[in-house]
Design a binder for this molecule. Structure first.
Ligand code: KG4
Ligand code: ZN
Length: 335
């Protein structure tokens, strides 16, 4: 008999629910984005995000079940993101999942959001199996992860300051592009020359795959100030393209070096930043040169969604890793 899992994701500004069959088949994937609500504030306002999750969750969950053609009685388990993320936002999804699990006497599975991003690749690529190296680059995280098994991970590198997506968002704000910055900056960069301005790269030496993006961020801000002081015009497209290249090169170089160390032939990308076309193109090229197989999810599974949480939750469910009614939101949950 097949297993149907209802998954709920509410860690940031997307209210999402999905139903998955046997872990990798997506029967429904409903995403209600709050971007239009937070846009006017230039970023996510946590309290407003929580309130909107509360308003949206019943409808989003109902739609996920209807689209999947099933009811609560058909489910095998309920999976939910319990961290990392905004505490109030996480709590709304966790409370909804606990209520459903309790009312329907279903197993409850707590899922780490980063684990979910990695699992998006299993949905998109049925042939993909661990072990592999995964770059998770999102608004809150930049991790190079060695995925030993479906539920076992080793962190090979992480950011020491800003996450890659956070850097995109901050520079987009400096350029007056608004929120969410990543896609807007990418669009502008397409019209610019990525070789126009040299920005610093940070490396912590051989065998260390950590990132630092605060240096390049400060360099961009200083560049803008200097040009303004000199009364010289800034070519925003060149600036965006040069900044994007600096970030992309660091992500590619460190991930490739980590894959080499692990003698790993498969590399995957995950998280919102992996929707970036320049990043995908640079990884495609590097994977070709290094004889590696590269996987990345379609755009809809790169940014936050519940299907990825259902897939990660399925493997925990199969392993018998269940949460109980004491499950709480853990804003700084580690992988
Ligand atoms: O994974 P995600 O939806 O949420 C988190 O878990 O953080 O990632 C959102 C991040 C934002 O910082 C956003 O600007 C960035 O991913 N992002 C992009 C692109 N699309 C989303 N960054 C660069 N280029 C993109 N096309
Ligand atoms: Zn995310």
């Amino acid at each position: 008999m097949s297993d149907l899992i209802l998954a709920i994701e509410s860690s940031c500004d997307e209210t999402a629910a999905a139903v998955l069959k046997d872990g990798r088949e997506v029967l429904s994937n409903i995403i209600s984005s709050q971007i239009p609500i937070h846009e006017r504030y230039g970023g996510v306002v946590p309290e407003i995000a929580s309130r909107n999750h509360v308003l949206n969750l019943p409808d989003v969950i109902g739609r996920a079940l209807t689209e999947a053609g099933c009811g609560f009685e058909d489910l095998s388990a309920v999976a939910v993101t319990y961290g990392p993320g905004l505490v109030g936002a996480l709590l709304t999804g966790v409370s909804a999942a606990k209520a459903i699990a309790s009312a329907r006497n279903l197993p409850l599975v707590g899922v780490n959001h980063i684990h979910g991003h990695i699992a998006a690749n299993y949905i998109a690529h049925p042939e993909l199996k661990p072990p592999f190296v995964c770059l998770v680059a999102s608004g809150g995280h930049s991790h190079i992860v060695y995925v030993k098994d479906y539920t076992e991970f080793e962190i090979l590198g992480r950011t020491r300051d800003d996450a890659a997506g956070e850097a995109f968002d901050k520079i987009a704000r400096v350029l007056g592009l608004g929120y969410p910055g990543g896609p807007k900056l990418e669009k502008l960069a397409q019209e610019g020359d990525s070789q126009a301005i040299k920005f610093p790269r940070v490396s912590f030496g051989d065998g260390c795959y950590d990132f630092s993006f605060s240096g390049v961020k400060t360099a961009v801000i200083n560049y803008v100030h200097k040009q303004e002081q000199k009364g010289e015009e800034i070519c925003k497209a060149d600036l965006a393209a040069s900044f994007q290249r600096a970030v992309v090169e660091a992500l590619v170089e460190h991930t490739m070096a980590a894959a080499r160390e692990k003698k790993c032939k498969i590399v995957t990308l995950a998280g919102g930043v992996s929707a970036n076309g320049a990043l995908r193109a640079a990884f495609d090229e590097a994977a070709g040169q290094n004889g590696l197989t590269l996987y990345y999810p379609p755009l809809i599974l790169c940014t936050d969604n519940a299907a990825m949480i259902g897939c990660a939750g399925y493997y925990l469910y199969k392993k018998g890793v269940f949460a109980d009614s004491a499950l709480n939101a853990v804003p700084n949950l580690k992988l």
